[in-house]
Design a protein around this ligand. Structure first.
Ligand code: LRH
Length: 471
């Protein structure tokens, strides 16, 4: 017999996956049917995403799905935030999108700061100051690559680009657009005042659609090429973090989430943006969520540093696994090392091992030497960030945090989960691992009338996946 299923594409900064998700009226189950690497390409001083390859992989995934004995009800796409591309008048992609770790961003931010103080942006967009915010990247295009804007007819974010090439529909989904620093956080629409400061024309910005909007069906060409049926593509919470928070089994208004992966996105789900002197001072962000929510959070560099340490260690010791790193950190001899994971030097260094060692030495901590000591410096740094963040959230919102829900791939790091409970003194609930994919599916189900709302979806998640508590 055939089962009804949903396809969720989840693109992360180092790999992408296609998951097949089946709902039987009670629980959801997931199966990874296709996975591929996503490596930014360093070329002549810039980092680019290899968009045509990523789109090719998308079609390979669809081919695989078409070969299975399942009825596909919908397709959803979520990706990392902020990055984008331009289409020309014939709908062709003008240039490969830059990767958010591109070094031009820091320069662009400094340039824009001189002309337009950050505060003017914060008051409207309510976004944390990060040099990769789309606004700075677009400012760079305006100042240094104007030839691209001269022939650009449409601006789209990453997930919107994929959806466009699958369906022909040009739209910007709200949650991904909310990472741009080009929206008014209160009206949830493009801010003319900010667009003017950046110098981008409103005309190339498409309409903003809510998570849960059916964008359209696969084009005939895609149907022909992949063997899929004419399945609808749905704008879900297209920002991976929006999808992850959508699936986080938050139990009260006092719950804090950490969407843990390459980044740690830590904050609260609230009804209205919080844009105050304090939130500005503490550098908190207001991103858009599903069902009209605001994700009031802080971007903290997450397991990125550990991922890059692992890559470096693997060069000499191919059997270095995350498990080994965790165990080494647990039993490290000297335990005082600590870094600031958000220091810009850890954004894209040539040698992460040396970067961590040098940081500790420069800070007068001595030099961590073993895998365990170096990894522990990072874990201590993250746990300290989480602790401080809880204090800041409580001060800004006036709420007392009861539980921290950790979701996403980073939940597999049990040392980090345990250290989070220890450093914050809060109860920590862990799971599900596949939060972004699940949030993606919930919004498809909602769009197709299979689900009343996210609250009901979160109940399904609690029934379907184990949630573990760390005290
Ligand atoms: C996490 C994430 C995060 C930021 C960063 C660029 O994958 O989406 O929320 O936006 O990537």
């Amino acid at each position: 017999s055939t089962k009804t299923a949903y396809l969720a594409f989840d693109y992360g900064a180092s790999s992408g996956r296609l998951m097949l998700c089946c709902y039987d009226g009670h629980t959801i189950d997931l199966e990874e049917i296709y996975r591929f690497p996503n490596e930014p390409v360093w070329m002549n001083g810039h980092f680019y995403w290899d968009f045509p390859r990523l789109f090719h992989e998308m079609k390979m995934g669809l081919k695989k799905a078409a070969s299975l004995d399942v009825e596909i009800a919908g397709i959803g796409i979520d990706t990392w935030g902020v990055d984008y591309g331009y289409l020309d008048e014939d709908g062709r992609l003008i240039s490969n999108p830059f990767c958010y770790r591109d070094p031009k961003n820091a320069k662009a931010m400094d340039e824009m700061d001189v002309v337009h103080p950050f505060k003017e942006f914060y008051e409207i967009a309510g976004l944390q100051k990060m040099d990769f915010n789309t606004a700075y990247q677009v400012y760079y295009d305006v100042q240094h690559r104007h030839y691209i804007l001269d022939c650009a007819k449409t601006f789209l974010f990453m997930p919107d680009l994929f959806a466009y090439f699958l369906t022909g529909r040009k739209a910007c989904e709200y949650s991904i657009a909310s990472t741009s620093q080009m929206l008014d956080a209160r009206t949830r629409n493009w801010s003319d005042a900010l667009l003017e400061k950046i110098g981008i024309s409103r005309e190339i910005l498409p309409e903003i659609v809510e998570p849960g909007t059916v964008l359209g069906e696969l084009t005939d060409e895609i149907v022909e090429e992949t063997g899929m049926k004419k399945v609808p593509v749905i704008a879900v919470g297209c920002h991976d973090t929006a999808s992850a928070v959508c699936a986080a089994p938050l139990e009260s208004e006092n719950s804090v989430f950490i969407s843990s992966g390459t980044w740690s996105l830590m904050g609260m789900e609230v009804r209205e943006p919080i844009i105050t002197e304090k939130s500005l001072q503490y550098n908190f962000t207001n991103e858009g969520g599903v069902e009209g929510t605001i994700r009031f959070l802080k971007n903290i560099s997450g397991l990125w540093i550990i991922q890059n340490l692992k890559k470096k260690w693997e060069e000499k010791q191919p059997d270095v696994s995350y498990m080994l790193i965790e165990n080494e950190a647990r039993s490290a001899e000297r335990r005082h090392f600590i870094i600031d994971p958000d220091d810009a030097r850890f954004m894209a260094p040539m040698n992460m091992v040396k970067e961590v060692q040098n940081y500790c030495e420069e800070q007068g901590q001595g030099r961590p030497e073993t895998i365990g000591e170096i990894a522990l410096a990072v874990y201590n740094g993250l746990a300290e960030k989480y602790r401080q963040n809880v204090v800041d959230i409580e001060e800004i919102t006036g709420k007392t945090v009861d539980v921290i829900n950790i979701v996403g791939g980073g939940t597999k790091d049990r040392l980090l989960c345990a250290m989070t409970a220890a450093s914050t003194g809060k109860a920590v609930k862990v799971g599900p691992v596949e939060a972004a994919v699940l949030g993606n599916v919930l919004m498809q189900m909602k769009a197709l009338g299979q689900l009343k709302d996210v609250a009901e979806g979160r109940e399904i998640i609690k029934r379907s996946f184990p949630i573990e508590t760390f005290n």
